[in-house]
Design a protein around this ligand. Structure first.
Ligand code: NAP
Length: 284
């Protein structure tokens, strides 16, 4: 293996320790940060993510509330719950764990979410702020990726970056954050022609696709930085599998994120640090 590891697990530990220090200061001033999560009760993967988030919240001294939505939850109840959380002065952050049950309108729920509490940075208000280069909460996963690059001294300026995936929560905001750091960015997707060739142009390649090990070693420019945001369940594999074939890519890349232990832990760390930002903003 030639590549060095972009160690999200280690960096997230560092970020969470910093978060804890900031929480202790807030508590000394009479404020205990609180993050509330809305999650589909019938989705085991979502519940598992939420359990991990709760554990890390508790370790950092952040209170975490959970509201489970199910098949019986109406859209009006969901919106009333969000309105209540928006108004509750003790709540600093609200997270809507995707996906909600299909009968609920997630977009309407996100529109109802107050930008000052959208610590996951995925509401239209927060995304508008990102694309307008205005201050606001940045999407936790791409923010985690940018922190990982910065921490390892990887500069984006002047680099060719290719992001595979154009989702609202990941691909598009990741591309914009790379652009803000002066990379020249291509966004690839399912209709991109010659995807392998496009990827081979990348100095920084971000895979955000949801297809296990789609990106092979010969898709990667020698010396490129490879960030794998993919998180896929594969039958017969004990841990989650990324969108990049790690063994092949690590032979060619200069830096690479492992799965697990790369982007995933950084997402949660960014969520916690955004929650503390929201709580600190009360004193601004
Ligand atoms: P998504 O909404 O399903 O978007 C996937 C994107 O990949 C789409 O833009 C799609 O293109 C593109 N795509 C699909 N097949 C492709 C192909 N064969 N060639 C090129 N592009 C293709 O997924 P997402 O929510 O962005 O998540 C992507 C991955 O990241 C998933 O594995 C997810 O589990 C993971 N994820 C990880 C974290 C974390 O914290 N680590 C957080 C969120 C998501 P079209 O737009 O043309 O359909």
């Amino acid at each position: 293996m030639n590549a060095q590891i972009l160690d999200g697990k280690a960096l997230s530990k560092l970020v969470r320790a910093q978060v804890k220090e900031r929480v202790d200061h807030l508590v000394a001033r009479g404020v205990r940060p609180r993050l509330d999560v809305l999650v589909a009760a019938q989705d085991p993967a979502s519940l598992a993510y939420v359990r991990m988030k709760r554990k890390w919240c508790e370790e950092a001294g952040i209170v975490s509330g959970v509201f489970e939505v199910n098949e019986a939850t109406t859209q009006a109840e969901l919106l009333a719950q969000i309105a209540g959380l928006n108004e509750n002065q003790d709540v600093h952050g609200i997270l809507l764990q995707h996906p909600l049950p299909k009968h609920l309108d997630e977009n309407e729920a996100l529109l109802a979410l107050g930008a000052e509490k959208d610590v996951d940075g995925i509401s239209p208000a927060s995304l508008g702020r990102l694309f307008a280069d205005l201050p606001g909460f940045r999407c936790a996963t791409p923010l985690g990726i940018m922190k990982l690059l910065a921490h390892h001294g990887i500069r984006c300026e002047g680099k060719r970056a290719v992001v595979i995936g154009r989702s609202v929560i990941l691909g598009k905001p990741a591309a914009h954050m790379l652009l803000q750091q002066n990379a020249t960015v291509t966004i690839a997707h399912s209709r991109t022609v010659d995807l392998r060739e496009r990827c081979r142009e990348a100095d920084i390649l971000v895979a955000a696709v949801g297809r296990p090990e789609m990106v092979r070693g010969d898709w990667i420019k020698p010396g490129a930085v490879v960030v794998d945001a993919g998180y896929n369940k594969v039958e017969g594999r004990t841990s989650d599998v990324g969108d990049v074939c790690f063994e092949e890519a690590a032979e060619v890349a200069s830096w690479i994120t492992p799965v697990p232990g790369g982007v995933g832990p950084m997402t949660v760390a960014s969520l916690l640090s955004n929650t503390v930002d929201a709580a600190e903003a009360r004193f601004a």
